[in-house]
Every structure is written in C-alpha cells, then in structure tokens.
Design a binder for this molecule. Structure first.
Ligand SMILES: [Fe+2]
Length: 362
C-alpha cells in the first residue's frame, strides 16, 4: 500500500507579490492562508500560501514572488496545475477570465473532462477542470460563488521528454497506477483516483528543458501528502532502497516536514507530512494569512527581513465571515529541534537587509 495519500501542495515562482495576491484572491477566488518568507537563500522573498475554505492540504498553492530572476518554461517541469470545479461552471470561468483580460485556451477536454487552461500574470499556467465528485468546500468571494468556485487540486500536468523512467518513479517509488493514455497525455492515479489523486504526464519529446532554479513564471515543485513523520522517513527509505539516493534530508517547513527527490523526468517532487496544528500552528484559524509570520529562528531579524520585502495588502474579503482583522503579536513557538529530527536552517546572511536591494530596483 502506498504511503502517499494525494497531493499536499504545489509551489511556483511568480513575479510581483501584490500582483499575485490580487490575481489569486480576486480573479481566481482563492483564500490567502499564510504570509511568510522563503526559508532558504540570502535574499528575503515572500512565501505566500493560498487554499480552499478549510485550508486543506490538497488545495494549498504556494508562491515565491521572484521577480529578480526570470525562469524559462520547458520540459522537465510542472506545466500547469489543475483545480476541480463543478460541472456546468465552464461558462462562468470563460467570462471571468475574459472580464479580467486573462489569457486562456477556451474549453478543452482531457480524459472526458472539460477544462480551461489560463495564465497567471507571471506566465504560470493554471487550469480549472470539471469534476462533480469533488465534495471539498471552496472559498467564495464577491466574484466567485459557491456553485462555481474551485474545490482544491485535481492534479498537476508535468511536461517530460520521455515517459518511461518518470512512470517508473511514480509507480514504483510512490505507488501510483497508470490509468489512461490519450494522445500525449499519460494519466496516473493514487488510491481511488480522481480529484487530488491524479498526476498527468505530457510527453513532449522535442521540447527544450526548462529551468530548475527559482525563476518567475515557472513552477518549482509539487508535494505529495504522507500521513506523519514516520511515513515520511519510510518514504525516504523507499527512495534509497530503489536507488534514488539523492532524496533530501527531512526538512522542517514549519507547517509540515518534507523530503525532496527529483524524478527522472526533471520535476522536483516533495513528500510532506503536516504538523498536528497545521496552518494554525502560528496564528488563529480564522486569521490565516493576515500578517507576515516568520519562523521563530528568523523572528529576531524581522526588521532586516521586512526591509527587503515590498509592502503588500490583503483584501478585506479574505477573512472568514464574522472574523475581525486584528493585529497579531509575534508568534511564540519553541525553537527546539522538532521531535522528528527534521533539520532547520537557523543561520542566514541576508543580502541587502538594510533596504539597499529594494532601492536599487526602483
Ligand atoms: Fe513545498
């Protein structure tokens, strides 16, 4: 039996932070659930999280606004991320995208399901795909009502130059089953399959490789959900047993613990186990995403980090109904090594922490 339950989150690099927030929350109707920073590297970058109404893994889309470096789209990359929407909502989405001048493909079909692919302002590709079997609760906004909103992920589409070895990785190392082929699309599903349990490979043998660096307009990695830290360690053991020895150490990502392994086709695949309190570990569940949160090991350097970030505004409508927007005190969380033994980067020399980096950009 597979250790993987489904998709946990998807992570991409966008360009501007405010542009991303406006698109995700206003045009696409997502709930912003976390403002934090990228935990790696010398430059401070936001790490912004969006999700469905219940902030569930399987709907969590995270972005690094990374306007300072441009990525190159290509093969060996996540090409798009599909979200499920109810049957009959395609007309709404075509209108919504047209109204906001969002580039889109119109209504297409894959494995009998209607979908629309559309472009985020940074060039990142997203999709809405019809699936009535998905009963998760979508977030609603003034523009995106309950009958049309996204429920969570259906799954990513990965561009690969060759299928065979990536297929072996998803089947042997992660427990997916191949359930369909249609033209250049190869479909893999885990467990019962369907929404949030589907990964689609798109065979593009002649497409030049895309970049692997953090770069605006390209996806960085996909994450699959495992139940807990023990299963995460077990998954790392499976990788090593099969010869995927370059699986990473277990990393502490504050809201979950992670192991990364790059698949043969070039896409970085993370396995993630959510910590018991999930996204409410450092702010109340009804205040998610309303203020910048730093991990305890960076909290003492808040001023230096904030000086490197552009100010952002989260729309009022992003708070759950009845919740009041309140300023939050800095979170107090033990900085002791977590029980799982997950590693943390606790030291960093930030470049431009005096704000000079921001001044240079202007
Ligand atoms: Fe991740």
């Amino acid at each position: 039996m597979s250790l993987v339950k489904g998709i946990h989150h998807m992570t991409v690099c966008v360009a501007g932070a405010q542009e991303d927030i406006d698109f995700q929350t206003q045009v696409f109707g997502q709930r912003m659930i976390k403002q934090t920073v990228l935990f790696d590297g010398r430059y401070a970058h936001y790490h912004l999280y969006y999700a469905n109404a219940n902030a569930e893994p399987g709907s969590v889309y995270t972005t690094f606004p990374y306007g300072r470096v441009k990525g190159r789209p290509g093969s060996g990359q996540i090409q798009s991320t599909a979200y499920t929407v109810p049957k009959g909502s395609m007309k709404f989405w075509v209108k919504q995208f047209d109204r906001h001048k969002v580039k889109h493909t119109g209504i297409k079909e894959r494995f009998g399901q209607k979908f629309i692919r559309f472009s985020h302002p940074s060039g990142i590709q997203l999709e809405v795909i019809e699936d009535n079997a998905d009963k998760r609760t979508g977030w609603t906004t003034k523009e995106v009502s309950a009958d049309v909103t996204t429920r969570g992920f259906h799954g990513p589409v990965l561009s690969v130059r060759e299928v065979a070895e990536t297929e072996r990785f998803f089947v042997d190392a992660l427990g997916f089953k191949k359930t369909g082929k249609e033209g250049a699309y190869h479909r893999f599903e885990i467990g019962d399959g369907g929404a949030n349990k589907t990964v689609t490979l798109l065979h593009e043998p002649d497409r030049p490789s895309g970049s692997w660096v953090f770069g605006a307009g390209t996806a960085h990695h996909m994450a699959l959900e495992v139940e807990n830290d023990e299963k995460l360690a077990e998954q790392k053991g499976i990788y090593e047993e099969l010869g995927y020895t370059d699986a990473s150490e277990i990393k502490d990502r504050m809201y979950f613990h992670s192991v990364y392994c790059r698949c043969p086709g070039g896409i970085l695949v993370e396995c993630a186990a959510t910590v018991p309190a999930g996204f409410a570990v450092d702010e109340p569940a009804d205040q998610l995403g309303t203020s910048l949160l730093l991990p305890p090991w960076f909290e003492a350097r808040r001023e230096e980090i904030e000086a490197m970030l552009d100010p952002i505004t989260v729309p009022e409508g992003n708070l759950p109904k009845g919740a009041k927007k309140v300023p939050l005190p800095a979170p107090v969380i033990s900085s002791a090594t977590p029980a799982s033994g997950a590693s943390r980067r606790t030291e960093a020399v930030f470049v431009g922490g005096d704000g000079s980096q921001k001044k240079k950009k202007k």
